[in-house]
Ligand binder design. Structure first.
Ligand code: CMP
Length: 136
């Protein structure tokens, strides 16, 4: 049975700053993802705080939101069979030093904060995150 899903991907400021957008998009396409919509934007800190609200109580919340709003990002809707899990596999572990060979974070991530990409972690959050950036 087909289980075509959509997930939200963000190319974070550290990766956009190093001109890695094209290489990361190529990895998505080479792994069978379709890029349904994309845009390059810069968000305000209060928008980052809304986006990362699930992490509100975490000690790293403030730095995380300051970082996501510190420079341009590329937000994309990716589509593929089981896209949410497939994207998380392709991204690799949150901390680049734990990420498997061949993953985006292993290749390009600098630190747990500057880990180059974000991807939705569940079907429910994918819907919320896609709406956050793409619902007009
Ligand atoms: P992301 O997938 O965008 O989701 C939340 C982000 O918080 C995560 O990637 C990391 O970049 C960042 N972060 C910073 N510190 C931590 C931590 N200790 N544990 C998990 N995520 C962290």
């Amino acid at each position: 049975m087909n289980n075509i899903e959509q997930t939200l991907s963000i190319v974070k400021p550290d990766a956009v700053e190093r001109n890695l957008e094209g290489k990361i998009k190529e990895m998505f396409l080479n792994n069978g993802f379709k890029i349904v919509q994309e845009k390059k934007i810069q968000i305000e800190k209060h928008e980052a705080e809304k986006f990362y609200k699930v992490h509100e109580i975490k000690p790293f919340y403030n730095d995380l939101c300051a970082y996501l709003s510190s420079g341009p990002i590329v937000v994309m809707i990716l589509e593929k069979e089981n896209a949410i899990v497939a994207n998380r596999e392709l991204m690799g572990s949150t901390n680049p030093k734990d990420a498997a060979e061949g993953t985006i974070r292993k290749k390009f991530g600098i630190s747990i904060d500057k880990n180059s990409v974000h991807g939705s972690d569940s079907v429910e959050n994918a819907k919320i995150e896609i709406d956050f950036f793409f619902k007009s």
